[in-house]
Design a protein around this ligand. Sequence first.
Ligand SMILES: [Zn+2]
Length: 158
Amino acid sequence: MGQRDFKRVPMHFNWPIDRIWKGYLNPVCGPRECECCHGTGLNNGAARTEECKKCGGSGETRMPRKKKKAYRKWKEYDPPVGEGWQLWETCTEGSPQSPVFATPQQLAEWCAKNAFVFANEGATYEQWLRMILTDSADVNSLLVLRSDGYVGSIANAP
Ligand SMILES: [Zn+2]
């Protein structure tokens, strides 16, 4: 996974910029590292290394069964899909980085002014547009960016 991603989201999608999408964070706290053995499951006894008694060798603190079940049952889910275009970062679990735009061109324009590919390196409008279109391309609706300026699906290309 790269550090940026382009998503198709509904035009009215208004998850706050920079906040990790709720579908990528498990709302149930997971098991924590056992503080007795620091997650190794082993402790140094007087004579030899033995299974940590506090966590029974699992390296994790015990969780109530119900909670554990809820934690395991939870599944990650993507934001809703729609007509809009939006820049996301994937350095964390994933959060929106731009407003939602109606076209890839508008998003590319915004990115050229406001976003960076690497630490400080910006990209031009054309570079952004190409990245947006290649990332979003799939077999059913392949979008092309041609040298004559045409942007759209191959099926509809003049
Ligand atoms: Zn332990």
